[in-house]
Design a protein around this ligand. Structure first.
Ligand SMILES: [Zn+2]
Length: 216
C-alpha cells in the first residue's frame, strides 16, 4: 500500500495506484540474478532476469500511464495548464550527473510516490549487454522487459518542467517510470497526490543493482 493522508478535509493519495506484489517478486529475482552473475553463474542469472519479465507488471504499468488510465483524473483540464513561475536559472530539463547522484543519495533507490525499487538506465544497459536475450529492450513499450521498464529511475519534476518548474534538487525527486509518465504534466493537487517531500524516503537493502556495474 502506498497510503493516503488527509489534508484540510481533502483525501490525498501517496501514489496513483498501489504497486502489485509481482513488482517486489521481480525485484527479488533481479537482485538474485545479479548475485548469481557476480558468483559466476550466468545461466541462473539469465533465467532469473527472464522470470522477472512478468505480464502482470506490464499490465500494472499500462494501467497507470496508458491513455485511458483510470488512476489519473483527466478532468480539470481547463485549470490544468496554469503556468507557475518563470525562473529557470541556466538549467535544462535534465539534471546533470552531480544532481542525479545527489538525488539518489537523498531519496535512495525507491520511487518517492509508490515506493517500488528503481534501477538506473545505465545499470539496465550494462545488464542488457551481458544478457541481451533475457533483457529485451525495443523501441516500443511492449518490446521492453516489463520489470526494468516499470523500475526505470526517473528524475521527476514536482512542478513539471513544462509548467515552469526548475531543475533543482528541491523540485526534483526519484520516481519510477509509471508514476512519472502517469502524472505527466499535472501538478500534485491536480491528481490528488500528497507531497512526497512531507514523508521520509524508503531505506532498504535494495541497491538499485548498482553492484553489477561496480564489479563487472
Ligand atoms: Zn512509483
Amino acid at each position: 500500500m502506498c497510503g493516503k493522508e488527509d489534508f484540510m478535509d481533502v483525501e490525498l493519495r501517496f501514489c496513483l495506484r498501489d504497486p502489485i506484489l509481482e513488482i517486489h517478486d521481480a525485484a527479488r529475482y533481479l537482485d538474485a540474478a545479479v548475485s548469481a552473475h557476480l558468483n559466476g553463474n550466468a545461466g541462473l542469472a539469465e533465467e532469473l532476469i527472464h522470470v522477472a519479465d512478468m505480464p502482470a507488471i506490464r499490465e500494472w504499468t499500462e494501467s497507470i500511464w496508458g491513455a485511458k488510465s483510470q488512476y489519473v483524473k483527466k478532468a480539470n483540464e481547463s485549470s490544468a495548464y496554469e503556468h507557475l513561475g518563470t525562473e529557470r536559472p541556466g538549467k535544462g530539463r535534465m539534471p546533470n550527473t552531480e544532481q542525479k547522484r545527489a538525488l539518489l543519495v537523498r531519496d535512495g533507490y525507491h520511487c518517492r510516490f509508490c515506493g517500488i525499487p528503481v534501477i538506473r538506465m545505465e545499470v539496465r544497459q550494462a545488464i542488457r549487454s551481458a544478457y541481451p536475450n533475457a533483457l529485451p529492450w525495443g523501441a516500443r513499450n511492449e518490446e521492453q522487459h516489463a520489470a526494468f521498464q516499470a523500475m526505470w529511475v526517473q528524475y521527476d519534476h514536482l512542478i513539471p518542467y513544462s509548467r515552469g518548474g526548475s531543475t533543482n534538487l528541491e523540485n526534483l525527486i526519484i520516481t519510477c517510470a509509471p508514476c512519472n509518465y502517469g502524472r505527466a504534466d499535472k501538478l500534485l493537487n491536480e491528481v490528488g497526490l500528497a507531497d512526497p517531500r512531507d514523508r521520509d524516503p524508503i531505506r532498504s537493502q535494495w541497491d538499485g543493482l548498482e553492484r553489477f556495474v561496480r564489479r563487472s
